[in-house]
Design a protein around this ligand. Structure first.
Ligand SMILES: Cc1cc2nc3c(=O)[nH]c(=O)nc-3n(C[C@H](O)[C@H](O)[C@H](O)COP(=O)(O)OP(=O)(O)OC[C@H]3O[C@@H](n4cnc5c(N)ncnc54)[C@H](O)[C@@H]3O)c2cc1C
Length: 395
């Protein structure tokens, strides 16, 4: 393996803490949470106590004051264990940055410390039944009425939807202005007019709670506006590079884990008087997957390094997202094949990983959206066209 050079000894210690937490507090319970369709709130508080939430948020707002490498370690260790239920990365590295980057001092002081302790769980609501990739088609409105916004509409596929205390909600504050009429508004879920719909049944990521949300004449004070009115879409777009990189980090770590489980399995599985590992076909498959993942590991580490210096290009992040998630799907399929019928059994991590992997080519910008972004960037005549992209906000 090409050695990784990104992490300091302090990061390595943090990784050990995360790994212990995952082994003790998550892995033994994950199957139970899959049946429940959500993880218990207690887990969020334990993660907060252990200092695992909001690692990248400044200390003055209750975070660890770490860097993006701490966040990457969290994502890698969770992905390595196939722990797709607890959506810490969404809370800490997709939603918290909206507060840090666009929140008022009051909003930051009110919410970030509680997010870091796990007392408050957050979600982001963008997708609607009729608008996913094309976010500008959203219909949820927030109409100004004196010192309040009145919100009406609905969202779908919202991760943490049934458990979140606060939503970062994308709304049209000026429906006639297209992308320029979108604003981000903080919505506390105990407000009158908020209703949670079904918790949606999914084919994978089953311990993750994913819900429909409804808003009927829900009133929030105008001080709940996050960032500037009408600049919500731009605020969302500024986070795209990190969101794409997060998907790439998770995908490559999941691929590495699947390959490792498969190496262990084929080494002990007996058939025809030898192990499954003794077949040339097995060795060739492992070699192909290993080499592809290795290349992506080096790419993703370089992207992380650039991102730490604020120099990662969003199009390069799109390339990383696209190829790592495509590979994740391929690796899941080929590894499962080597597990035979056992690979089709839910009790085997590879079966869960196979189902979970299907999501990553859709969310965070579908593969086709990534291709369009990358393709246009290569063609001078098309470079200036609006990105067909929507922000990630999925799991
Ligand atoms: C488990 C899960 C969790 C999620 N969590 C959240 C969340 O927390 N918050 C949130 O707001 N949303 C969330 N989402 C929604 C997610 O972001 C959307 O599913 C995603 O953006 C795709 O939108 P869509 O499902 O409406 O598909 P559509 O936009 O209808 O796209 C369908 C397909 O059309 C094709 N396509 C799309 N655009 C293009 C293009 N430009 N060129 C060519 N082909 C294209 C792709 O193949 C795509 O898969 C979640 C979704 C899932 C499944």
């Amino acid at each position: 393996m090409i050695p990784r050079t990104l992490f300091s000894p302090e990061h390595d210690l943090f990784r050990e803490t995360v790994r212990r937490f995952v082994e003790n507090e998550i892995t033994p319970h994950h199957a139970k949470w899959e049946k429940a369709g959500e993880v218990p709130r207690e887990l969020w508080r334990k993660a907060g106590e252990t200092g695992l939430l909001c690692p990248n948020v400044p200390e003055e707002y209750g975070g660890m004051g770490g860097d993006f490498l701490h966040s990457a370690i969290m994502m890698e260790e969770m992905a390595r264990a196939g722990a797709t239920g607890p959506t810490f990365y969404l809370h800490s590295d997709i939603v918290a940055p909206y507060f840090v980057d666009f929140g008022t001092e009051e909003q930051k002081r009110k919410w970030l410390p509680k997010m870091a302790t796990g007392e408050v769980v957050v979600a982001v609501g963008m997708t609607e039944p009729s608008s996913g990739s094309d976010l500008q088609g959203m219909r949820t409105t927030a109409v100004r009425d004196g010192d309040e916004y009145v919100i009406n509409g609905q969202k779908v596929f919202i991760t943490n939807g049934t458990t979140a205390d606060v939503l970062v909600l994308a709304c049209k504050t000026d429906p006639k202005a297209g992308g320029k009429g979108v604003s981000l508004i903080l919505v506390e879920t105990d407000r009158k007019g908020f209703e949670r719909g079904r918790r949606l049944e999914k084919i994978g990521c089953k311990a993750q709670d994913t819900a429909e949300l409804f808003f009927a004449n829900l009133r929030v004070p105008v001080t709940n506006l996050l960032g500037q009115e009408g600049r919500g879409f731009i605020h969302l777009m500024t986070q795209l590079t990190q969101e794409r990189l997060i998907q790439a980090i998770r995908a490559v770590a999941a691929s590495e884990a699947m390959l490792q489980w498969t190496i262990e399995y084929v080494s002990q599985r007996q058939m025809f008087g030898q192990t499954l590992a003794d077949f040339q076909n097995t060795q060739f498959k492992l070699a192909e997957m290993h080499s592809e993942i290795l290349g992506q590991r080096v790419l993703v580490d370089r992207c992380i390094e650039l991102h730490l210096h604020g120099k990662l290009d969003p199009v390069d992040a799109a390339s990383a997202k696209m190829i790592t998630t495509e590979t994740q799907g391929k690796v899941a399929d080929q590894c499962l094949q080597l597990f035979g019928g056992w690979g089709f059994m839910w009790e085997y991590p590879i079966a869960r990983a196979y189902a979970d992997a299907r999501m990553t080519r859709i969310g965070g910008g579908a593969t086709e959206v990534m291709k369009q972004i990358i393709g246009r960037s290569l063609l001078p005549s098309l470079r200036k066209k609006r990105e067909p992209e929507r922000p990630a906000a999925e799991v």
